[in-house]
Design a protein around this ligand. Structure first.
Ligand SMILES: [Zn+2]
Length: 228
């Protein structure tokens, strides 16, 4: 990828974007990048933006149109569904007054430092300017995603209760199966949010609608299995 970047870099500045797009379209590197991203993605290879659909595209976090020299930068590649890549995020890349990116960069930052998932509504609440911009650009509270997250919360809760019953009966194979079921679910952010929020100072309020889940989510054995 360094060689491909060099070839773009030596092109005249006003031709670099076209050169980068042409190289990206024809390069076999895409296949390898796509395979590695698929292995890294949560669930069964879900989109790294919405967490719902299968990831089919490689998105350039910083768009090629803005920085052609990051076309073949590994840390600029994220697995995305076609809706997020081509219809939602597109070439948007907002920056603040100092010129710093306003989108959360998941290769360098923890999204949960900027976003709070309200478990009862399935909607994201911004904790920072980056959180606000990311919700808007990625449409995190649109396209039926909150409804999908609420459904995911119900499914995960049900499977975790099954895990607890298997644990009580010392059925370790069943416990592993339930953990894998949770791991394969879309909306992996829901389970991760539940685990994180269970240890937060306001957990009793956050889980007031699901009090039985709170004790379960705090069990070290379950946390270790799901956070591994
Ligand atoms: Zn998506």
């Amino acid at each position: 990828m360094d060689t491909l970047t060099q070839a773009i870099n030596v092109s005249p500045p006003d031709e670099q974007c076209a050169k980068a797009r042409a190289s990206w379209r024809t390069s076999s590197v895409r296949t390898s990048v796509r395979a590695v991203l698929g292995d890294m993605a949560t669930g069964l290879g879900t989109c790294m933006y919405c967490g719902e659909s299968r990831g089919t595209d490689i998105d350039h976090f910083e768009p090629i149109a803005r920085n052609p020299l990051r076309t073949f930068d590994w840390l600029n590649h994220l697995l995305a569904c076609s809706t997020c890549n081509s219809h939602q995020k597109r070439d948007q890349f907002p920056v603040d007054d100092a010129g710093d990116p306003l989108l959360i960069d998941p290769t360098a930052e923890d999204p949960f430092d900027h976003l709070l998932l309200t478990l009862s509504a399935g909607e994201y609440f911004p904790l920072s300017a980056k959180g606000e911009a990311t919700i808007e650009v990625c449409g995190l509270n649109k396209r039926g995603l909150p409804k999908g997250r609420m459904h995911a919360r119900k499914v995960v809760s049900s499977v975790l209760r099954d895990w607890d019953r298997a644990r009580a009966g010392s059925r370790s194979d069943e416990m592993l199966e339930h953990v894998q079921t949770v791991r394969d679910q879309p909306f992996a952010d829901v389970c991760q949010s539940m685990l994180r929020q269970a240890l937060s100072p306001g957990a009793d309020v956050l889980f007031s609608d699901f009090p039985d889940l709170l004790a379960l989510l705090r069990k070290p054995e379950l946390r270790e299995a799901l956070l591994r």
